[in-house]
Write a protein that binds this ligand. Structure first.
Ligand code: BTN
Length: 321
């Protein structure tokens, strides 16, 4: 409800809107309107209130709170149920718990700060407050478990297109699922699954995006490898809610198209957006290092590497350079 109120205030932010109009528009009492306005103020929104004129929104804090996302999101399902936390151990862990407790498809868990953000391969994901987007989506696709990795590639496509749309930046994908700007990582994806032997119960897609960090926000070790949308765009500060909304909108389009038509369109788009394909690369797996020409990906997202001797190596999991 507060999201709807915010939407109305955002639409009318250059004029006043009366308490009566709000109450009629949203079908709630004048007292309820006043309570929601007070709650918005507590959350950092600034509103001018003038007797007999009404309210006018004068400042929106740059938070990707549930209210703010709800106010601008135009999806039907993805992100329609939003759980926002100021601080959390990991949105991924919370989303897992919620999925076990029957949370519906499209539920979004988003946090301003993660104490222990989880990255791929057991790494930690640096998730400081006030800067980036740290969120997990709960999906319940009717697919066999072995197809779940396709969703990682779909996610990379949706995130890349969302960044492009919201920030006007040409991001690219590095296999398997890093999103790069100017060769540095700006977003990472962690896909995990709850499943029975032949059926997926839930897929938890975790997405971390560096949005407004400046170089001093990154630990020394990350500085040479990581970037943010802001660094890539001359220190412009982006609305985190607008970026997440753009990504969720691209996500909804791709996800429901995938459930109907299958993976082929996603695969094609992934290859178009990937930096890796057509390049000579080195893949370091847990057991070996392989050099070759990255030729493309299979239906399961496995990277095909053509070695000097002409043999094709299937790379399932690796760091690539
Ligand atoms: C990677 O290693 O590249 C994947 C990083 C995924 C980080 C995101 S942030 C939101 C979600 N919660 C987590 O703890 N991890 C994922």
């Amino acid at each position: 409800m507060r999201g709807k109120l915010l939407q109305l205030l955002m639409r009318t932010s250059n004029t006043f809107v009366s308490g009566q109009e709000i109450s009629e528009n949203l079908g709630i009492s004048r007292t309820a309107v006043w309570k929601h306005i007070e709650e918005l103020r507590k959350n950092g929104y600034e509103l001018e209130a003038v007797p007999r004129k009404g309210y006018r929104l004068t400042h929106t804090p740059n938070h990707a709170t549930a209210d703010e996302i709800e106010a601008i999101l135009s999806t039907e399902n993805i992100g329609k149920n939003i759980i926002y936390k100021k601080e959390v151990t990991s949105t991924q862990a919370l989303a897992h718990d919620m999925a076990r407790n029957d949370a519906s498809e499209g539920t979004l868990v988003v946090a301003d700060y993660q104490q222990k953000g989880k990255g791929r391969l057991g790494r930690e994901w640096h998730s400081p407050p006030g800067t980036g987007l740290w969120f997990s989506l709960i999906l319940r696709p009717d697919i066999p478990p072995q197809k779940a990795p396709q969703l990682t590639l779909l996610t990379a496509v949706a995130v890349t297109e969302g960044i492009n749309k919201a920030a006007g930046i040409e991001a690219q994908i590095k296999w398997p699922n890093d999103i790069l700007i100017d060769g540095k990582k700006t977003a990472g994806i962690l896909t995990e699954m709850q499943s029975e032997p032949d059926r997926v119960q839930a897929v938890i897609v975790g997405i971390g995006i560096n949005i407004n960090q400046q170089p001093e926000h990154f630990p020394e070790l990350l500085l040479s490898k990581a970037t943010s949308l802001s660094i890539a765009k001359e220190n412009k500060i982006f609305s985190r809610a607008k970026v997440i909304a753009a990504i969720l909108e691209r996500y909804e389009d791709w996800y429901y198209q995938y459930l109907i038509d299958g993976f082929e369109q996603v695969r094609k788009r992934w290859e178009e957006l990937a930096v890796t394909i057509g390049k000579e690369i080195t893949a370091t797996t847990v057991t070996k290092t392989v050099e070759g020409l990255a030729q493309g990906i299979t239906e399961d997202g496995v990277l095909l590497l053509k070695k000097k001797d002409g043999q094709i190596e299937h790379i399932y999991s690796a760091d690539i350079h």
